[in-house]
Write a protein of this length. Structure first.
Length: 122
């Protein structure tokens, strides 16, 4: 784990990968800045981070968060998105990959992370 504290901006931070990443990175000592349209949810997440001893703040942003599966008007397309999400890896797994990259020393170039969004077949 890196010992240098970083400031991390998480957009779309009110659900999914955003809060999972913010909470993990704050736990590891980084200051997180959360952005989303849903400020009440951001306030809750920020308060949780503070209660756990982390450093965080939030700001309303113009980033459009998509509740994609529910907004698809085509029934077949909506069902395909629901099926995809049922096999998607948890947000906490993506957060762990992001935290890994953040924790690398300055001399290590982590320019890309490949995260396969679905769970492996069993």
């Amino acid at each position: 784990m890196s010992t240098s504290r970083k400031v991390v901006l998480a957009t779309g931070a009110s659900s999914g990968i955003g809060p999972a990443s913010a909470e993990l990175l704050a736990e590891r000592g980084h200051h997180v800045v959360l952005g989303s349209r849903r400020t009440e949810r951001l306030k809750e997440i920020t308060e949780d981070i503070h209660a756990a001893g982390g450093s965080a703040e939030y700001h309303a942003t113009g980033v459009t968060e998509s509740e994609l599966a529910e907004s698809i008007s085509d029934p077949e397309g909506r069902e395909r998105m629901r099926t995809y999400r049922s096999v998607a890896i948890p947000a906490s797994s993506v957060a762990a990959a992001i935290a890994f990259a953040m924790d690398q020393p300055a001399g290590v170039d982590v320019g890309e992370i490949i995260v396969r969004p679905t769970a492996g077949r069993t």
